[in-house]
Design a protein around this ligand. Structure first.
Ligand code: F6P
Length: 342
């Protein structure tokens, strides 16, 4: 069996560990052969391949980014796009099946191609942790670690200068990174997309903290909306899937807090630092296991499926179930965290 592997969408710590897990298990246990597909669906549409043997995955689990490259190309577009052309490209290269590692957009495209007869298995990837049908996706734990360290560091300056610090984290339309990093870092309020708040409520939390003699540290998700805002703040246009690029809400809120409370307030947007560098040990293990499970799913001919984490077990679910909607932060998880606000 010859298996093509691609990584598509934004990069994410752990992509290389998935590739290594698949290749090592496939070669050692199942006698599989692999080929790397460069730059996501783009490489499949353009027939751009690279060697992916045992040697090329050596020491890869600790390496950030993806050795295959990534892009946000839509495989249904372009002269060579679409299932019929892609199948021809696969046949020409002798590829029997594909492991597609990606988030919602990638997995949705994989499902559509599978519906048209292509042999594809998906692996969930996103720092946002917003995919249904898996408890966690790799990359999330690393992003939380990085954000938590940033909160710890910013707290030092907050305390030294008596300032209010707002730390803005990624996550698109869900608040998982903010919830976990905020709780780990002891934030005085965690502002997430699922729970709009008024500026008055935020200032009340800030003043409580100040009245106790502490310097307020707030964590806000890029997708957070103040009560009354219809959409999350987006000032940087659209991405390749026509989704608004989010970011900047902390810089909008900081002067509002300063004006109402009289406390000097600074915003820090963590941005892509949350996706960069080496994956955490947790993510290396999760990614490696998902990679190995994906090869098993290929050999079980589970086309249109995705490997997932349930509790501590690897499971196979349908991509359709995983992309049915966003996995948002449940009310109970927010209420639990909110006990510690102010
Ligand atoms: O989905 C992962 C993510 O990092 C989001 O948290 C963020 O909104 C988005 O990607 C940024 O995408 P890009 O790197 O294309 O700007």
């Amino acid at each position: 069996m010859k298996i093509g592997i691609l990584t598509s969408g934004g990069d994410c710590p752990g992509l290389n560990a998935v590739i290594r897990g698949s290749v090592l298990k496939g070669i050692r246990v199942l006698d599989a052969e692999f080929v790397g597909i460069r730059n996501g669906w783009k490489g499949l549409v353009e027939g751009d391949f690279m060697t992916l043997d045992r040697h090329s995955v050596r020491g890869l689990s600790r390496q950030g980014g993806t050795i295959l490259g990534s892009s946000r190309t839509n495989p249904f577009e372009g002269d060579n796009g679409g299932p019929i052309n892609i199948q021809k490209t696969m046949d020409a290269e002798g590829i029997d099946a594909i492991i597609a590692i990606g988030g919602e957009g990638t997995l949705t495209a994989a499902r559509r191609l599978t519906d048209a007869g292509l042999q594809i298995v998906g692996v969930p990837k996103t720092i946002d942790n917003d995919l249904e049908a898996t408890d966690y996706s790799f990359g999330f734990n690393t992003a939380v670690e990085i954000a938590t360290e940033a909160i710890d560091r910013l707290r030092t300056t907050a305390e030294s200068h008596g300032r209010c610090m707002i730390v803005e984290v990624m996550g698109r339309h869900v608040g998982w990174i903010a919830l976990h990093a905020g709780m780990a870092g002891g934030a005085h309020a965690i502002l997430i997309p699922e729970q709009p708040q008024t500026i008055e409520q935020i200032c009340e939390w800030v003043m409580h903290v100040r009245d106790r003699g502490r310097a307020p540290v707030l964590v806000v998700s890029e997708g957070f909306k103040l009560a009354g805002m219809d959409e999350a703040l987006s000032t940087k246009g659209l991405d390749a899937f026509n989704r608004p690029r989010l970011g900047g809400i902390s810089e909008m809120i900081a002067p509002m807090i300063e004006e109402r409370t009289g406390i000097e307030t600074r915003a820090t947007v963590l941005g892509h630092t949350q996706r960069g560098g080496a994956p955490s040990a947790y993510d290396r293990v999760l990614a490696t296991r998902l990679g190995m499970a994906a090869v098993d799913a290929v050999y079980a001919e589970q086309w249109g499926s995705m490997v997932s984490l349930r509790g501590t077990d690897m499971e196979i679910v349908s991509i359709a179930d995983a992309t049915i909607g966003l996995k948002t932060v449940p009310q109970a998880r927010y209420d639990e965290a909110a006990v510690l606000f102010g």
